[in-house]
Design a protein around this ligand. Structure first.
Ligand code: BGC
Length: 485
């Protein structure tokens, strides 16, 4: 074997994440999860969402939903037909870079409200104009659209439609928004434009994924867990209210206790920020040091799309810098810019002379004519980084299954997932399942009970479903009535 391939294989081995480490990870995750349910300011936030029921597919109505959390802002209207199906109309717009990381929260939320306005003008103009006329005549304002706001960042929630931003992730950074109620910020930007819209629910994308999967999933099985493995990673699951002991010390919170359950947004991107069990290579450390949030989202930085490309670039740079080896130089301009599509393309290509790897290297890293051997080295690294991400993804999934006891009580446990990695990275689910089988409490028998399904449009349909729940909950419109519940 050439020096290049020997060295690439050596680096790849640093990304091994063996069964015994998976098991340690799961045990530690369960510990941190319990801690997060009991108190505030823990590494796993375990945020109560105040959503206390999952849908069963019979829900009906027309709702608006917006989605902020990745590179695009989406506005959609969702018609729930009540028979597990829905129709969705949507528009998507790229968020200008300067609004993501240097402007003020006012700039960002005004931008979002303007997108809602153009969406309404295009797709629901009758409703929009009728509302404007009523306002002009000082008539009572009615017929507001209920809107579900999917906001995919850590938020401390105080109710189904209020919550303050804890921190930004995934490259967003608008400091003056931190600590503020993001629903109120959006509502005030909407009101400035006189739009017929009420922000009815605040939704993390994982909660939306869980709700959407539960609405559409086959059979009568409700969904236990919604997970995102995309630009970022996180999960939400259904927890027994009695186990969320920190709720007792939360003042002024209103929710319906009748189901005995509540969806928890785990914010597992920040699992084990102290690195007590997470694997840690030199490339992970370098990446963290140069990130805009060092020391946090440590699990996410090893698992999600926003970071895997950058880990790869750093490993390639190590090969380039080794004078014995002389791999091509990965371009500096691609720093933080390599997305998961590069990894998926490289992993997928098994053809002679690697045509897809060559095309991907040219497009993403500006490398002209790499040799077959260089392509092979890239493949070895991509495979190792992608497989580690998938095996790590099994950790929170296994932990939630064990912690909730669902594998013992249920014949089938439904999990809804979304995101570019699970959807497009070859065999991502297969690697997750391999690791799940290696966890003693899950084992091959438990793993067979787990049904994993892609839940598309979670942030649209799920947000609409939560807006529906919120709009039907009269006590939310009038919190005083809540006290006795
Ligand atoms: C955010 C989560 C979100 C996840 C997936 C993370 O960076 O903290 O709130 O659910 O990305 O979008």
């Amino acid at each position: 074997m050439s020096a290049l391939l020997v060295e690439a294989t050596r680096i790849a081995r640093e990304f091994d994440y063996p069964a015994e480490q998976v098991r340690r990870g799961v045990a530690e995750y369960i510990r941190q999860a319990d801690e997060g349910l009991a108190k505030e300011n823990t590494t796993l936030s375990q945020i109560p969402t105040f959503v206390t029921a999952v849908p069963n597919g019979t829900e009906k109505g027309l709702y608006l939903a917006v989605d902020l959390g990745g590179t695009n802002f989406r506005v959609c209207s969702v018609q729930l037909h009540g028979d597990t199906t829905f129709s969705l109309t949507q528009s998507k717009i790229m968020i200008p870079r300067e609004l993501m990381a240097s402007g003020t929260s006012k700039d960002l939320f005004t931008f979002l409200a303007r997108q809602i306005e153009s969406f309404l003008r295009i797709h629901h103009n009758d409703h929009f104009e009728a509302h404007q006329r009523r306002r002009a005549n000082n008539a009572a304002v009615e017929d507001l659209f209920d809107l579900g706001f999917t906001f995919s960042f850590p938020v401390r929630q105080f109710g189904i439609n209020s919550g303050t931003l804890i921190r930004w992730t995934k490259g967003f950074n608008i400091p003056d928004a931190v600590g503020h109620d993001v629903c109120a910020l959006l509502q005030s930007a909407i009101d400035d434009l006189n739009l017929p819209v009420r922000v009815a629910a605040l939704v993390n994308d994982t909660v939306g994924t869980l709700m959407a999967r539960s609405y559409t999933s086959p059979g009568k099985t409700g969904t236990l867990l919604g997970g995102i493995f995309g630009t970022g990673t996180n999960g939400a699951y259904l927890e027994k209210i009695e186990k969320i002991t920190k709720l007792d010390s939360m003042k002024d919170v209103h929710y319906d206790k009748s189901t005995g359950e509540m969806i928890i947004n785990a914010e597992w991107g920040s699992f084990d920020n102290q690195l007590s069990v997470l694997p840690d290579t030199i490339y992970d450390r370098q990446l963290d040091e140069e990130s805009n949030n060092p020391g946090i989202q440590m699990f996410e930085k090893r698992v999600s799309g926003m970071f895997l490309g950058e880990i790869l670039r750093r490993a390639l740079l190590a090969l380039h810098n080794d004078p014995q080896i002389g791999l091509f130089k990965p371009s500096e301009t691609s720093k933080w810019g390599l997305d998961t599509s590069l990894l998926s393309l490289v992993e997928e290509d098994t053809a002679k002379h690697y045509p897809a790897v060559k095309a991907a290297l040219k497009d993403h890293l500006k490398i002209e004519n790499p040799s077959d051997e260089e392509c092979e080295a890239v493949k070895i690294l991509v495979h190792a980084i992608g497989k580690r991400a998938a095996r790590l993804s099994a950790v929170p999934i296994a932990a939630v299954l064990i912690h909730t006891g669902k594998l013992q009580t249920d014949e089938l446990v439904d999990v809804g997932v979304d995101g570019s990695l699970v959807e497009f990275y070859p065999n991502f689910e297969g690697y997750i399942r391999d690791a799940l089988r290696e966890v003693t409490e899950v084992g091959p028998a438990g793993e067979k009970k787990i049904r994993i399904g892609i839940s598309k449009d979670g942030s649209g349909v799920g947000a609409a479903l939560i807006a529906l729940v919120a709009s039907k909950d009269e006590t939310l419109q009038n919190p005083q009535q809540k006290e006795g519940k």
